[in-house]
Design a protein around this ligand. Structure first.
Ligand code: CA
Length: 574
């Protein structure tokens, strides 16, 4: 190795070579940047790749990591006074060519392989080692600065560098090594050579909104990059944006200041068959608005626990909107032996305003109204009716009347009948049978019983009749008697039977023989007309006196005004 000079002993210098050329080079590089640049160093002895790495890290930063053509050109110009083979910081790790300083895989753009390289083994010597390390050719007629993969155990010159970046080189940025220098790549929101200046945003663009407030937090400085302003609103107001307002890296705010908007609730509607009255202290259908609901007569609120709804700060009403439904009257049960007919669908037939009509089956009559309506008080307009079987009242039998009905009248359907008979000695006045009509009345008047009466018996000629009863009624017994000069022929006793007929036949009184001779002889003599005429007059008078005494017994009437019956008897006699 012919190229060797006091380089190593002056480690720590930026460009410490004593050669005029290098001094010039260093002064030239110093014009690139105002900060301390990086430096290159090489060993004066040969060593394996591992020994070279250790040596570089012990004395400098690391092995050279060639990252672009510009760096290669620089090294060529710096080392072009001697021919040599230099280890650089590339090695095959896990079958991948890797920058050992960064542990990053080599990109195709950064490679600078000599022709035919890497060939790994074609130039393998007797050692049989694979070529997993990289050397760079310096000062050659051809392929100067190119790379060759080589056995790591071979001994070559170590090529090192000393980094320019320090821990505090860049405050808010990344230090990037450059040839003989470094640069700060500032993080967003920062600027300056050391990235120690922070971008600021306009403080005036942070304003507390009406009905709200704002609170800011500052990470790098007042209203500077990454400052965050959180807005909030009073209860019942809503921010126009969700997130905070942030100062961005470009010095502008991420958002315009938000506003606080009055919370709105969904618009309510007037219920059908009802009314709604709203009070809006802040705005229509807004926070603190209240709406009261009422229903028309016959309807009640349904579907909400309250008749007044309030718009809450969440933008929702505190309860669901009610509706008005018709009040319900009690369900009407089926009418026994009748029909209930209600208007409307099944679910509203017992609702307010609906009417139900009633009718009974034949043989039954409605007791109560024939129609009822459901009132707003949820009650029917009248007590609901019922069907009652049509019955005829038990006939009120008169005296001596026997009644015989076909069924107990309490169950008596239409066409049930009652038959009538009278006690013996009485006869029926009216129909014998009545039938129950469909109006609950008997088909005919109920009959009555009248006492049986026989004809008045006449005294027999020359005799008399005496009866057990003043009236010739049933069971009256009449006894006939004759005068002294006559004897009774026929039934001595006649009885009035239950048909109104006298038993037996009317008897006669027949004169005994002497009396009959006197009358007959007088008539035969002719000359004794006066005697005979006198006798007839006496007999007639006697008859009239008997009749008169009999009449007085019955009626105490004057003899000149007898009753029709008796008068007719007298008339018939005269
Ligand atoms: Ca090779």
């Amino acid at each position: 190795m012919e190229f060797s000079f006091g380089f190593i002993q002056t480690s720590g210098h930026k460009c410490s070579a004593s050669w005029i050329r290098l001094l010039f080079f260093c002064s030239m590089l110093s014009t690139w940047t105002s900060v301390q640049g990086w430096s290159y160093f090489h060993s004066s002895t040969f060593m394996t790749w591992e020994e070279a790495r250790t040596w570089c890290r012990d004395h400098y930063t690391d092995m050279v990591a060639i990252q672009n053509q510009e760096e290669i050109e620089h090294l060529k110009s710096w080392l072009n006074f001697t021919t040599g083979y230099y280890w650089i910081g590339i090695r095959k790790l896990n079958d991948t060519w890797t920058w050992v300083g960064t542990n990053k895989a080599l990109t195709p753009e950064a490679t600078n392989w000599a022709k035919g390289e890497p060939n790994n083994g074609k130039a393998r010597g007797s050692s049989g080692n694979s070529e997993d390390c990289v050397e760079m050719y310096i000062k050659r007629d051809k392929e100067e600065g190119k790379w060759n993969d080589e056995s790591c155990l071979k001994k070559k010159t170590a090529l090192c560098y000393s980094a320019a970046c320090k821990s505090d080189s860049c405050q808010y940025g990344e230090c990037v090594e450059t040839i003989n220098s470094h640069e700060c790549a500032c993080n967003p929101g920062f600027y300056g050579d050391k990235c120690d200046q922070v971008v600021t945003c306009n403080k005036d663009e942070v304003r507390a909104p009406d009905n709200g407030k704002v609170t800011c937090t500052h990470k790098y400085g007042d209203f500077a990059f990454d400052s965050s302003c959180q807005y909030s609103c009073k209860e019942g107001f809503q921010l126009s944006m969700a997130g905070p307002q942030r100062c961005t890296a470009t010095g502008s705010w991420s958002e315009q200041p938000p506003t606080c908007q009055l919370v709105q609730c969904p618009t309510l509607t007037r219920p059908s068959r009802g009314s709604m009255k709203c009070n809006d202290p802040l705005g229509s259908s807004s926070y603190r608005s209240t709406c009261a609901f009422a229903c028309n007569e016959g309807y009640v609120l349904d579907g909400s626990p309250s008749n007044t709804l309030q718009c809450e700060s969440s933008g929702s009403w505190n309860a669901s909107q009610p509706s008005c439904v018709a009040v319900q009257c009690p369900a009407i049960q089926d009418l026994g032996n009748g029909i209930v007919s209600c208007e409307g669908d099944a679910d509203e037939r017992f609702s307010y305003g609906k009417t139900c009509s009633f009718s009974c089956a034949p043989g039954y009559k409605l007791v109560g109204p024939n129609r009822v309506s459901c009132t707003s008080a949820a009650e029917w307009s009248e007590k609901t009716p019922h069907c009652e079987a049509i019955t005829c009242k038990t006939p009120e039998g008169g005296a001596h009347l026997f009644t015989d009905c076909s069924e107990p009248l309490s169950k008596l359907l239409i066409n049930s009948t009652c038959s009538f008979t009278c006690e013996p000695g009485f006869e029926l006045q009216g129909v014998q049978t009545v039938k129950c009509s469909d109006d609950g009345r008997w088909s005919e008047d109920i009959p009555s019983c009248k006492a049986v009466r026989c004809l008045v018996l006449e005294d027999p000629e020359s005799g008399s009749v005496n009866c057990s009863n003043a009236e010739p009624l049933f069971n009256t017994q009449c006894t006939f008697t004759c005068g002294e000069d006559s004897i009774l022929k026929g039934d001595k006793i006649r009885t009035c039977d239950h048909h109104g007929n006298w038993t037996g036949d009317q008897p006669t009184c027949e004169a005994v023989s002497p009396s009959a001779t006197v009358v007959a002889s007088s008539v035969a003599a002719g000359g004794a007309a006066v005697t005979s005429g006198l006798a007839l007059a006496l007999w007639l008078l006697k008859r009239l006196r008997k009749k008169a005494s009999k009449f007085e017994l019955d009626s105490n009437s004057n003899i000149d005004t007898p009753t029709a019956v008796y008068k007719s008897s007298i008339d018939s006699l005269i």
